[in-house]
Ligand binder design. Sequence first.
Ligand code: ATP
Ligand code: MG
Length: 441
Amino acid sequence: MTPITAQRLNANEHGLRHEEVDSNALDVVEQLRAHGYEAYLVGGCVRDLLLGLDPKDFDVATNATPEEVKDLFRRARLIGRRFRIVHVRYGRHIIEVSTFRKAHVADEDEDERHHADSGLILRDNVWGTLEDDATRRDFTINALYYDPLREEILDFVGGLDDLEHRRLRFIGDTRVRLREDPVRILRAVRFHAKLGFELDPGIVAAIPECAEHLAAIPPARLFDEVCKLFTCGRSAEIWSYMAPTPLRHALFPCAPPDDPLALRAMSNTDARIAADKPVTPGFILAVLLWRDFQARTAALGEHHRPAEARAIAAADTLAEEQEIITIPRRFSQFVREVWALQGRLEHIRPKTAAALLEQPRFRAAYDFLVLRGETGEPVAEAADWWTAFQEQDQAGREDMIRTLGKAPAAPAKRKRRRRRRAGAPAGTAVGAATGNAEDQG
Ligand code: ATP
Ligand code: MG
């Protein structure tokens, strides 16, 4: 292989200010250096600092092996198998330290063999030099190294030029790099949205093939990547881009391409992130899988009691999605609870309304109901009722509940029988008004 040389820029040339570097990341680099290792900041943090953005996290690359890194830092933990790295912890803050690695051999047949017998696991842990490490990275703009001691930027792959021209370009041949790791297409879409950089036509053209190859990616890894897509603060743009492409079908085959509920939920999520409010991937999953859940519930409704139909539908919808992305239990549970609460929010019962407010999932379920109302489902009135209910003080709430009680609903105890006989549910004022009341079983 021909040796590659780095373009080196000093502080006056690159404009990255040393003070902007996270002090913990700086500490990691300094300690590694003090022990005779090479160490640089690399990846998203260098890219973002050069763009004047606030980096999400700081990654360090070094020629020390993971074990050597671990020995140096008291609060260090080895993680990953396919890709072994070290997490160095400073309070709640984590610095990721990865060892210089070599790229896979870009021979197609060989690559496929290694995929087939999961040889990739080993290959991603073949240590290399700084130059090797630069060329195995995905995009040129993600392969810039910052040496905080000399305040110098090293660029082996033309990343600075691409950064300046706002281009997202793979290092090496686009098709080869995407075959090596089809997840990179999702990273491309994410950076395209996050940075507002052009996707070159070669990347766009590769989308259908990549979408097909995503089927070979372990569901746990896809979950991580999907989380990044939806929690990077640009989920609405990302989904608008992906939804009409085969990428949507590869990741969420049951989600309609043009669901206003999804777009609205994502805009809200992005706004929450911009306001530094917490978000959960569970909410986005609940939204993307909602139509499938609804359709299944309706189909099952012919032979099952409503509550039963909903439980089976939720299990089926989630199980099918789990074949593609692993949904950790805490999130699938969240989705189930938000869905289950929809019925109870739509059909307000005087006896349980106040208690619902205390449910841990009430807020998420209420937000979900509001979004549904805003995007055309006949639940806006119920959503308004809950909005008002939350704003009332104790006396006001009791009043609202009393008014509910005056609606043409049977006393709670007799509800079920009445409903069966009538063939229609005994709605509360709101439930009846939505024309969508049903048994809560
Ligand atoms: P951000 O953290 O802002 O989402 P990032 O570029 O730092 O963006 P990470 O997932 O933190 O993304 O990865 C750190 C770096 O590791 C990347 O900048 C890139 O150099 C390299 N990298 C990550 N994933 C891949 C991949 N699939 N193929 C090649 N290189 C990768
Ligand atoms: Mg990063």
